[in-house]
Design a protein around this ligand. Structure first.
Ligand SMILES: Nc1ncnc2c1ncn2[C@@H]1O[C@H](COP(=O)(O)OP(=O)(O)OP(=O)(O)O)[C@@H](O)[C@H]1O
Length: 609
């Protein structure tokens, strides 16, 4: 599996303007620390003999109305200017992140209100918002800081919303949702740590903006009041003399401009260097709707009847699908790409992406309608294993911590006990040195080790159903076989019912007890895996025929199935396979065959066989 190359350290990524920004910022910080200690006395010394002077060797930037040296005052003001900007930035960032994160934890209506509020605030001019807040909260440094914080917050809120929405679609967040982890915990443990980097980088840019904003407020007389002084206040005091002794205003103006440029350059460079943040795939899941009651099947762990998944525009990728899985049984769901296998799995786990809708006659786990199961019950009873184990694990957390979370969330286990169990489960899936694996991050493990870790995560609860969606597709052949063996072992041990999704009928035939063949959203054949040679449906036969065997002439192209599967919106009235079927008759074109029992546990939907 390919992995991202390790990133160079920060300092190596800062070149040109970014490096200049870093130098300016470092200088400013050093000045903020040292200047009041070195020039504090000079800045406060009143000299009646040197009132309102211009440039002179003793006072390069002149003096103020009490004869105090303005160069010393500009240098000393660095500390207050930076501290106020820091306070405003932190207030704005914290308020913004909280506001931006709210839609992820609030119920749907309240979340919409929070989003609308952010949208309205972002559209409001920042300086007006700052001045309004400053006037309401009182003139002075405090009011100015709150005002600038208020002006910064909407930008952070919007950034948080955008980043959180992207991470919310990741497989590991879907997996956490499946495990019944609360929305608040998903936010703090899975979403925020993974969006922290761009948020922190944005702080540097926001800081530059806050510095300029505060200087502007002080310059307008809304900010720092005497005897305190920041650069904005010095500019305010020097401005009336700009035509007589311009240096008294230019000194603080230059300091403001230099600091603003420095922080913005640095923030810009850091943000660009970090722009390689990986994206994510899935969208937020919509809750299943329009559910009806049906007859229970007490023996089955999973019972699905007439499951249909629809997207707007008449797109129906899964159509009236029914299947049952008994305890300890592995059922393989097989079909070409786009036949609806993954959406079937997603519908069972309540993970169909918005705006998809799910309807069914029955969807029962352990004899109970999934609708009546709490998130926690569903989380412990159902383990999902995804195709890409790297996407299924939170990159910011250590493997052991992620596994332990399951025990903490579901059983209220203590940290130490949860960790012990996590190490135990990692050993259970034959990971060597499980303690060391537990202490590693997902990117430090190989693809096969990660998939074992994901299976171990499923074993932290007591899974009654395992849904494995192409769990070996991303792995090389040797590792594939190991993972398949492990799955069989886990099923034999736990007695969990397993839905194994694959496009590879050979793998399915080897691992599974029963095979369900899907075509264009429907089941076309179902049969015991050891009777694959007796498959009746022309599509199943074609799938088997397209497999290479020992006698296959490797120099010739594979016996592929001619034609293409119809798109989910383009399935007609008749048999969807008819256009590709050598046996098709007029009846196949106009009338859809229903699944009919053929004895020996076989069901086939075909008029001609
Ligand atoms: N969010 C969506 N909106 C609209 N159509 C979708 C969406 N997700 C999937 N589909 C459609 O549903 C069909 C079935 O998708 P699904 O992912 O279930 O197929 P699959 O059999 O698992 O294929 P693969 O092996 O490639 O994953 C596809 O044709 C796809 O275009």
């Amino acid at each position: 599996m390919s992995q991202d190359a390790p990133r160079p350290p920060w300092h190596a990524r800062l070149r040109g303007p970014g490096a200049a920004g870093a130098v300016i910022v470092t200088g400013m910080v050093a000045l903020a620390v040292a200047a009041p200690l070195i020039w504090g006395g000079t800045a406060e010394r009143i000299d009646a003999a040197a009132i309102l002077q211009g440039t002179s060797p003793a006072h390069p930037l002149g003096t103020d109305n009490l004869g105090r040296d303005l160069l010393a005052r500009v240098l000393v003001a660095t500390r207050l200017s930076l501290l106020l900007a820091l306070a405003a930035t932190l207030i704005g960032a914290v308020a913004g992140v909280v506001l931006g994160a709210l839609p992820s934890v609030l119920p749907r209506r309240a979340a919409r209100l929070a989003t609308d509020t952010v949208n309205a605030l972002v559209a409001f001019p920042g300086l007006l918002l700052a001045m309004f807040t400053a006037v309401v909260t009182g003139l002075g440094a405090r009011g100015a800081v709150l005002g600038i914080g208020a002006a910064i917050a909407p930008g952070f809120a919007r950034l948080t919303q955008t980043l959180a929405a992207r991470v919310a679609g990741a497989d590991y967040v879907a997996a956490a949702r499946m495990l019944g982890v609360s929305r608040r915990r998903i936010l703090t443990r899975h979403v925020l740590p993974n969006i922290a980097e761009p948020l922190i980088l944005n702080l540097a840019q926001a800081f530059g903006g806050a510095l300029l904003g505060l200087a502007g407020m002080s310059f307008l007389g809304l900010g720092v009041q005497p005897p305190q002084y920041d650069w904005g206040r010095l500019l305010f005091d020097g401005f009336p003399r700009i035509y007589v002794t311009p240096e008294v205003a230019l000194g603080p103006a230059a300091a403001i401009a230099l600091a603003g440029i420095g922080f913005n350059l640095l923030g810009d460079a850091l943000a660009r260097a970090a722009a390689r943040t990986p994206g994510t795939g899935r969208e937020r899941a919509a809750p299943p709707v329009a559910r009806e009651a049906g007859e229970p099947d007490p023996g089955a762990v999973l019972e699905v009847r007439d499951l249909t998944v629809t997207f707007p525009g008449g797109v129906t990728p899964v159509r009236e699908l029914s299947l049952t899985i008994a305890p300890g049984e592995i059922v393989g769901l097989v079909g070409e790409s786009g036949s609806g296998k993954s959406l079937t799995a997603a519908a069972i786990g309540g993970l169909v992406p918005y705006p998809g809708t799910v309807t069914y006659g029955a969807l029962r786990l352990g004899g109970r309608d999934v609708d009546t199961l709490s998130d926690r019950e569903l989380g412990t009873a159902l383990a999902m294993v995804f195709q890409d184990p790297l996407a299924a694990l939170n990159p910011a957390l250590k493997v052991g911590g992620q596994l332990a979370e399951v025990a903490v969330v579901h059983e209220g286990a203590g940290r130490a006990e949860a960790r012990r169990r996590a190490v135990d489960r990692l050993g259970h899936v034959h990971l060597p040195e499980p303690e060391r694996v537990a202490a590693r991050h997902p990117h430090e493990l190989s693809g096969g080790m990660r998939q074992r870790a994901v299976i171990a995560m499923g074993l932290m609860g007591t899974p009654r159903l395992i849904v494995a969606d192409e769990p070996t597709t991303a792995l090389d052949v040797t590792v594939q076989r190991q993972i398949l063996r492990l799955l069989r072992e886990v099923v034999d041990e736990t007695g969990a019912a397993t839905l194994f999704i694959s496009h590879d009928i050979a793998v399915v035939g080897e691992l599974c007890d029963r095979v369900v063949v899907m075509y264009a959203g429907r089941v076309v054949e179902e049969l015991p895996a050891d009777r694959l040679a007796d498959a009746a449906h022309p599509y199943t036969k074609a799938l088997i025929a397209s497999l290479p065997d020992l006698d296959t002439d490797r120099a010739r192209p594979l016996a592929g199935i001619p034609g293409a599967q119809p798109a989910p919106a383009g399935v007609g009235l008749g048999c969807a396979f008819a256009p590709r079927c050598a046996l098709a008759t007029d009846r196949c074109e106009t009338e859809r065959p229903r699944l009919a029992a053929r004895g020996g546990g076989r069901r086939v939907a075909c008029w001609e066989v």
